[in-house]
Design a protein around this ligand. Structure first.
Ligand code: AHM
Ligand code: MG
Length: 337
């Protein structure tokens, strides 16, 4: 094998060797997640063939593909993670309550929270979607089934966070608090190969990503910021470019690489915004901070917030450090037009 090829598994093993007490459990858990990602990637890519192929063994037609893929992705994650003996409990954006580990399987010391298919309303239009995952140590004592308490930890406690973006290629990006690393799925080898080691994001970006149709529902600080980024001012690099896919994983991934900011502010319609603290904001915040960026709810770091319930929503401003800091200033009223 070429010395330059580093698989995801090899990368994780080498990272884990740096921890004197690592048992290999985490490596196994990540392998389970990577396997689920390969299955979801395969089926997501097939979604466009539904109209041509009609009903097949794996795909049901009649326009239910979006819902089906949501459900499929959720089941795939649960089935990949429930039996390995690495988890005490799981939680998914698709499930109301925590997902216990079945009695017939051993319990482990980790907790995994995930959004199995973020941005799934984009699937019919062949636009990128993603899976987001967050791994914690359980906070309750070993030996008993994990509880809701294990799932309601602040992002500061994250052991690992990652996402998979199913785009023009499938990429898995993860951090264990030691840099952010990206792997591209090579279909011929069936392996994620290291393609983006040590990703860092520019301190200041050229892109803003927001659903601007909500403008009239935002408060004044937010409106002022958006008007500000559209003004012409060569010196400060304005106007910024507007890019909004409507698939948070893809929007944040692009901004991570190019520099920029993604926003989902509160509005009079949705006072806490739309995105979920546990499944979406926390893991993406941990990744962006590890890449040198910033993630805030407008007042404090996302990862400092202690979740009170599983599906809690949170305003989210995430991306290049200086851009997020500037948004905070606008929201506080320290800066105006
Ligand atoms: P989902 O988890 O139901 O797919 O919802 C989350 C998605 C994000 O990926 C995206 O950024 C946002 O919803 C888009 O919302 P809107 O259509 O309000 O702009
Ligand atoms: Mg989502």
């Amino acid at each position: 094998m070429s010395a330059r090829i580093i698989t995801l598994t090899r990368h994780i093993i080498e990272e884990q060797r740096k921890h004197p007490y690592a048992t290999g459990e985490f490596t196994d858990l990540m392998n389970d997640i990577a396997f689920a990602a390969k299955l979801i990637s395969y089926h997501t890519n097939k979604a466009g063939l539904v109209g041509i192929l009609g009903e097949t063994e794996n795909i049901n037609v009649q326009g239910e593909i979006v819902k089906k893929l949501d459900v499929f992705a959720n089941e795939t994650m649960v089935n990949a993670l429930d039996h390995g003996g690495h988890l005490a409990v799981m939680a998914s954006e698709e499930s109301e309550d925590i997902i216990p580990i079945p009695d017939k399987y051993p319990l482990g010391k980790y907790v995994c929270l995930f959004d199995p298919l973020d941005g799934s309303s984009n699937i019919d239009a062949n636009v990128s979607v993603g899976t987001i995952f967050a791994i914690y140590h359980r906070s309750t004592p070993d030996g008993r089934p994990g509880t809701l308490e294990d799932c309601l930890q602040p992002g500061n406690n994250l052991v690992c966070a990652g996402y998979v973006v199913y785009g023009s290629s499938t990429m898995l990006v993860y951090t264990t608090g030691n840099g952010v690393h990206g792997f591209t799925l090579d279909h011929s080898y069936g392996e994620f190969l290291l393609s983006h080691p040590n990703i860092t994001t520019p301190k200041k970006g050229k892109i803003y990503s927001v659903n601007e149709s909500n403008f009239d529902y935002w408060d004044e600080g937010m409106q002022n910021y958006i008007q500000y980024v559209k003004q012409i001012d060569e010196k400060s690099g304005r106007p910024l470019k507007s890019r909004y896919i409507g698939s948070m994983v893809s929007d944040v991934h692009r901004n991570l690489l190019y520099g920029g900011v993604f926003l989902y502010p509160p509005s009079s319609l949705a006072p806490d915004g739309k995105l979920r603290l546990t499944y979406e904001a926390n893991p993406m915040a941990f990744i962006i901070e590890q890449a040198g960026g910033k993630a805030s709810n407008g007042k404090q770091r996302i990862v400092d917030i202690k979740p009170e319930n599983l599906h809690q929503r949170v305003p989210l401003y995430i991306g290049s450090e200086k851009d997020v800091a500037l948004i905070e200033d606008f929201l506080k009223g320290d800066k105006t037009l």
